[in-house]
Design a protein around this ligand. Structure first.
Ligand SMILES: CC(C)(COP(=O)(O)OP(=O)(O)OC[C@H]1O[C@@H](n2cnc3c(N)ncnc32)[C@H](O)[C@@H]1OP(=O)(O)O)[C@@H](O)C(=O)NCCC(=O)NCCS
Length: 163
């Protein structure tokens, strides 16, 4: 079911049919955390997440997505508000809609990574990990920069393809 929140002319909605992939891909592929992410990967990530769009009228001005089993755990990713609309509470409205989503209640843990927006997330209950020594990760920050294009991938899997 679609979860929505309206305030001050801004709407947050989980309706996947409203997502503007040009806006989302356009931002993410230039972002500090997903630089050069291919459009096909963005599309796959949207298809497998609960996506939250922020809209002024029908124009998308912000985005966030949650990866979750909807029972125990959720990971918050790809949060952004387009630059001209920042500092007016859109990020907070996104967070309010995310944390009130009926399928994301009673979870044992939420996590996220951020370079500098800790203040925003702190307001919604996030804090530094209590036991950081327990966290482990596989990190591959250059994965999109080193990935080959779909054409190159095809050539590699079919060596008979002419150069
Ligand atoms: C982070 C971001 C989504 C916040 O959106 P926003 O619409 O500007 O947020 P709000 O207007 O609701 O701001 C809420 C509060 O968080 C604070 N805040 C927002 N962004 C912040 C940042 N980068 N660093 C520190 N505090 C921040 C604001 O100062 C504001 O506090 P105030 O009400 O006391 O002024 C937006 O700045 C953005 O898109 N940044 C670039 C992408 C990014 O860094 N995303 C986070 C990756 S995890």
């Amino acid at each position: 079911m679609t979860h929505t929140l309206h305030r001050g002319g801004i709407e947050i909605s989980t309706d996947p049919s409203r997502l503007d992939i040009d806006v989302i891909y356009g931002f993410l592929t230039r972002s500090y955390w997903a630089e050069q992410i291919p459009r096909a990967i963005v599309e796959r990530s949207l298809a497998n997440s609960i996506c939250f769009g922020a809209y002024r009228g029908n124009a998308q001005i912000g985005f966030a997505r949650v990866i979750s089993d909807e029972a125990t755990y959720a990971y918050l990713a790809d949060v952004f508000v387009l630059e001209p609309f920042r500092g007016r509470g859109v990020g907070s409205l996104l967070m309010e809609c995310i944390t009130s989503h009926p399928d994301l209640q009673g979870l044992r843990r939420w996590t996220l990574l951020t370079r500098d927006a800790h203040g925003l997330y702190r307001r919604f209950g996030f804090d530094e990990p209590r036991n950081p020594e327990r966290f482990m990760e596989i990190s591959n920050p250059d994965v999109y920069k080193t990935a080959c294009s779909p054409d190159e991938e095809k050539k590699r899997s079919d060596p008979m393809t002419p150069e």
